[in-house]
Design a protein around this ligand. Structure first.
Ligand code: MG
Length: 167
């Protein structure tokens, strides 16, 4: 905490996203900006990167700017097939427009298959480069339970802390 000037303002936000597998063989699986080879991707209007989407929602929540769908509607052809890291970068700009910047973020991907352990560090680095802040990405299985356990899709939870001097 600073002892001079305006005191820092801290805000926390949480995000959640879930997408079903597309079943389309040629569609890449993109998670945290990383393409996972050998697996058909998730269905979605953009590249369906659930990790980037959950993180973006956490950031928007922290500054009270609603959710990703409000800013980038999935009915807008401009975002068809969009690179979600570009959407995330646009959200970072919105956060900065509120006089805030990311401090850190933590994401948990719930994914039965494929195994993500060897990709989580790279995801964190890519997402962190967009936020200019440390981003942790963890992966957990659904232990065979429910739709996620039946490998029908992938979900992600995220929490983000932002700081600024604007009350
Ligand atoms: Mg999404």
């Amino acid at each position: 905490m600073t002892v001079t000037g305006l005191p820092p303002v801290l805000r926390v936000g949480q995000g959640f996203d879930i997408h079903r597998f597309s079943g389309a063989p040629g569609r890449p699986l993109v998670l945290g900006g990383v393409i996972i080879d050998g697996v058909a991707g998730l269905a979605g209007h953009s590249d369906a990167d659930v990790v980037a989407h959950a993180l973006a929602d956490a950031l928007l929540g922290a500054v009270g700017l609603g959710d990703l769908g409000r800013h980038f509607p999935d009915t807008d052809p401009a975002w068809a097939g969009a690179d979600s890291l570009a959407l995330l970068a646009a959200v970072v700009s919105l956060v900065e427009g509120e006089g805030m910047q990311a401090v850190n973020a933590d994401c948990t991907v719930v994914c039965e298959r494929p195994r993500l352990a060897e990709h989580t560090q790279e995801m964190g680095l890519r997402l962190g480069a967009v936020l200019s802040a440390p981003v942790s990405v963890k992966a957990t299985r659904a232990e065979g339970l429910g739709a996620l356990g039946r490998v029908e899709g992938i979900a992600c939870l995220a929490v983000a802390l932002v700081a600024g001097t604007v009350p």
